[in-house]
Design a protein around this ligand. Structure first.
Ligand SMILES: *Cc1c(COP(=O)(O)O)cnc(C)c1O
Length: 406
């Protein structure tokens, strides 16, 4: 076999369908994010409108100082897995901080949110005898891969559809172990799961619940504990999973749950055991960020205001966006080529960076721009975004919504 010819042919297919991924090479300006320099043939100043650093915590001075201090105190890396010389006081403290954030007895750190889902779901579903996993149809790739890796039986229920979930649960013997895996805020549509009702079903049918709050931690709830905190449901969810890489602005993932469950994962999850622990400085930064957002409402308030403002401005111009109760503004283009074209022009002519979201991240025909306003976007940034999209909507002859529902 000519291996490289095979790779190239596969990539050419992606290029033809418009699904080939091109990375923007960005240099974020510390203290001035969402502004950055994009490095292509020429350096170009851009405003980022698609970051998951939702609150700008990646440049928060408290976070950065904690990271500097930890580097000065301990150096660069952890130097080992958690088991073999890689556990520091920073790791222990962050796990306590996260357990407290979610009102759980314990928490366990992973090197990313992806890994926490993959390892936790993979280990639970593989090791609980005859476990049936009930997985929401729009679950993130990391959950899907973990569930597949477990080789446990899985059934996929229609997205956020309680009747479908209940129908599947009702078919099973009550005493069969079951794990319902779902997210709170879904990252591509921004809609939110009916957590209370899912917990009701879990109780009725004797199931565990596994909730990915990656797009909610730091952002929702009085202390940034996520949607489950906001709705007073944290105690009803078996496992809450989160990331330190999005609203918390650093990197890493975790689960919060009972002491027994966390110890079980600590002891059996390969993806936890056999990898070098996060660097102390990263952990110190994440701890500072979590602590800050437990106490401060300022970032969450400003975030909600910016999101509402961008939505209102889009509405005024008829730029169609998916309504949802959360903070993610999906603007559906519905065509991979057009989506990429708009994204390219935004960058080239307007200095606005919004990565096109194409298949397989979202279904074909729903290709979109996924816009994430943050407290660090200024009124001028918003003006520029709205004007640019309005121009492009005209130029590309894309449909507008009626200006107001009369
Ligand atoms: C980003 C994401 C993850 C993975 O988290 P990382 O910390 O980026 O690895 C998990 N679940 C969902 C829903 C995500 O969007």
């Amino acid at each position: 076999m000519n291996y490289d010819a095979f790779f190239k042919a596969s990539l050419d297919k992606l290029r033809t369908s418009g699904d080939y991924r091109v990375f923007a090479n960005l240099e974020r300006h510390n203290g001035n994010f969402p502004h950055a320099t994009a490095r292509a043939e020429h350096a170009q100043k851009v405003t980022i409108w698609c970051s998951n650093d939702y609150l700008g915590m990646g440049q928060n001075p408290t976070v950065l100082n904690a990271m500097h201090d930890a580097i000065d105190a301990c150096g660069a890396g952890a130097g080992g897995t958690r088991n073999i010389s890689g556990t520091t006081q920073y790791h222990v403290q962050l796990e306590e901080e996260l357990a407290d954030l979610h009102g759980k007895p314990a928490a366990l750190l992973f090197t990313s949110g992806y890994l926490s889902n993959w390892a936790a779901l993979g280990t639970l579903a593989a090791r609980i005898p005859d476990c049936l996993v009930l997985s929401d149809a729009l679950n993130h790739a990391s959950m899907i891969e973990g569930i597949r890796h477990s080789k446990a039986e899985r059934q996929i229920w229609k997205h956020n559809d309680l009747a479908d979930l209940e129908a599947k649960l009702a078919q099973q013997p009550l005493d069969r172990p079951k794990l319902i895996a779902f997210e709170s805020v879904y990252s591509m549509d921004g809609d939110i799961a009916p957590i209370a009702e899912i917990c009701d079903l879990a109780e009725k049918y004797n199931a565990m619940t596994y909730l990915d709050e990656v797009h909610a931690v730091g952002l929702y709830g009085p202390r940034g504990g996520g949607i489950a905190e906001q709705e007073g449901l944290m105690h009803r969810v078996t496992v809450i999973e989160g990331t330190l890489g999005k609203a918390f602005g650093v990197v890493g993932g975790y689960v919060a749950a009972s002491a027994e469950l966390c110890d079980f994962l600590r002891s059996f999850a390969s993806g936890f055991i056999f990898t070098t622990a996060l660097p102390p400085a990263v952990v110190a930064g994440a701890t500072a960020s979590v602590r800050h957002l437990k106490a401060s409402q300022k970032e969450r308030q400003a975030h909600a205001e910016r999101v509402a403002e961008v939505r209102a401005r889009f509405d005024a111009l008829g730029i169609p966006h998916v309504e949802n109760p959360g903070h993610i503004i999906p603007v559906i283009v519905g065509d991979a080529m057009k989506c990429k074209f708009i994204s390219d022009i935004l960058m080239k002519d307007y200095g606005i960076y919004i990565q096109p979201i194409n298949y397989p991240t979202v279904p074909r025909g729903t290709e979109r721009l996924r816009i994430t306003p943050s407290p660090v976007h200024s009124p001028a940034d918003i003006d520029a975004l709205v004007a640019a999209l309005s121009d492009l909507w005209t130029q590309c002859e894309l449909a507008r919504k009626p200006m107001a529902a009369q």
